[in-house]
Design a protein around this ligand. Structure first.
Ligand SMILES: [Zn+2]
Length: 119
């Protein structure tokens, strides 16, 4: 019988030192809370070096959100009820929004590479 099996037990699998903890410590961050007209509260994390914008699009509903909880930016457009035409328009703008979102994501990825904004 050569040795015991205990030597292997000490090493962890999966939770190496290269995990998320290191990523968080590498770049100091600041958390900023934004409030939208729908009373969503969104905490956005920026790099400590980033210039924090005064407003941010709410990740939950897309409305502009500000840091002032008592005075969130108003919704850009208010529709009391939807007509058929409004539905058609909305569907079209949804498609456009997707394209815009795609571009925004690309932009974010580029920015994230340079370390400007950390989500
Ligand atoms: Zn919202």
């Amino acid at each position: 019988m050569a040795g015991g099996g205990n030597a292997i037990r000490g090493s962890r699998v999966g939770a190496g030192p290269m995990g998320e903890a290191e990523r968080g410590e590498a770049a100091p961050r600041q958390a900023v809370t934004y409030f939208c007209a729908h009373e969503h509260r969104s905490v956005i994390t920026f790099s400590i070096e980033a210039v924090v914008p005064e407003s941010w699009d709410c990740p939950k509903c897309g409305l502009p959100a500000s840091m002032d909880s008592d005075n969130p930016p108003p919704a850009p457009k208010i529709e009391p009820y939807k007509t058929h035409l409004a539905y058609v328009k909305e569907r079209r703008s949804d498609e456009e929004a997707e394209v815009i979102l795609d571009e925004a994501i690309q932009l974010l990825r580029t920015r994230r590479k340079s370390g400007e904004i950390i989500f």
